[in-house]
Design a protein around this ligand. Structure first.
Ligand code: ADP
Ligand code: NA
Length: 340
């Protein structure tokens, strides 16, 4: 099994990024058995498909790398790198551009959503983004690619590109059997990730772009700040019910219970089993302590890594070297198959 997954480098990381994205990588890493491995990359090449600030991209890429390591990605067990440090991603994309069809890309719903009515004004990179994604995974002969609902169509496209390339260009062996250049990757349904809502509004996602600092718990928040934010989180005067259905019209309450369950990897039902009948005066301190206990080692490590730029650069450089080694036979085979 070879799992390949990328994440856009963003800054100001919060609890939603941890529980909804980064922790899933850690779970995947932990599921790998002998002979299997994960390649995780920071998708900095993808980040230039929309307007961006170079200095900010450099900073958020490092921040994301530090966060990923602080959250438990072990650079010895997994291969962690920046996409831009492995030129084969961009090279293979160009080779695949010869196979990908305009019509296929035109049908991508993400392209349609992101471009809106202004297609003419978008970058070529935004349009061709799914081809780079195909290169990201085909380069490593990925067998499994974790995909959320919104990425299924892009994985299908990667398979279509791989299949057409193999059909059109794969060399034949002495028995006339096709020797495929690319493996068709299967979707890997990642462990269930929680969707974390704002602490101030149960109908809005916890997000770095929320102007209210009180709406989110940041990975760098200290214990006092975490306790204060939880204490001030919006709730209601009712005690916690015994069943999840009874929280359906209490989104803020449901969110706090969801966070508790996600952190300890239990379920909402399980947490309610312990707290039913109690009010938030009891639940909030318990949640705050659980968050502090979980996040303080992460934030300590995160700060250390960000302050030790050399160590972080070394982790990424080694990851990139290992990724280049994994990817180069496939890149060579693709050039060769195309007559280049
Ligand atoms: P933000 O909404 O803060 O801008 P991003 O869009 O940069 O976050 O998301 C980075 C990653 O974190 C994505 O994989 C996204 O699905 C995940 N993520 C962001 N916010 C949440 C949230 N509130 N709950 C669960 N996952 C989240
Ligand atoms: Na966002």
């Amino acid at each position: 099994m070879r799992v390949v997954s990328g994440i856009q480098p963003t800054g100001n990381l919060h609890l939603g990024n941890y529980l909804g994205a980064i922790r899933n990588w850690v779970k995947m890493q932990d599921e790998m058995t002998e002979g299997s491995e994960c390649l995780f990359f920071l998708a900095d090449l993808h980040a230039i498909s929309t307007p961006h600030d170079p200095a900010e991209l450099r900073a958020t890429t490092l921040e994301m790398a530090a966060a990923v390591v602080a959250c438990g990605i072990d650079p010895d067990r997994s291969i962690l790198f920046n996409q831009a440090q492995v030129p084969a991603h961009a090279e293979l994309q160009w080779l695949l551009n010869g196979t990908a069809r305009m019509g296929w890309l035109n049908r991508m719903t993400q392209w349609k959503d992101k471009a809106g009515k202004n297609r003419e004004g978008q970058s070529i990179a935004l349009f061709a983004y799914p081809v780079l994604q195909a290169a990201d995974v085909l380069l490593y002969q990925a067998t499994h690619v974790p995909v959320g609902e919104d990425q299924k169509q892009h994985l299908e496209l990667a398979r279509d590109i791989a299949q057409k390339f193999n059909n059109d260009f794969a060399p034949k062996d002495e028995n006339g059997e096709e020797k495929p250049v690319f493996t068709l990757p299967d979707p890997y349904i990642p462990p269930q990730a929680a969707r974390i809502m704002s602490l101030r509004d149960g109908s809005a996602k916890m997000s770095k772009s929320d102007p209210s600092e009180m709406s989110r718990i940041n990975l760098v928040d200290d214990a006092d700040t975490i306790m204060k934010k939880v204490k001030k989180a919006k709730t209601d005067p009712e005690p916690l019910p015994a069943s999840k259905e009874k929280l359906a019209d209490r989104p803020e309450a449901l969110n706090l219970v969801t966070i508790f369950a996600a952190i300890e990897e239990s379920s909402v039902e399980d947490v309610l089993g312990r707290f039913a009948g109690q009010g938030f005066g009891a639940f909030k301190p318990a949640l705050g302590e659980l968050l502090v206990e979980t996040l303080s080692p992460i934030s300590t490590r995160f700060r250390e890594l960000l302050e030790d730029r050399e160590a972080l650069d070394a982790i990424l450089a080694r990851g990139a070297a290992r990724a280049r080694e994994r990817g180069s036979p496939t890149l060579d085979a693709a050039y060769e198959a195309l007559g280049l």
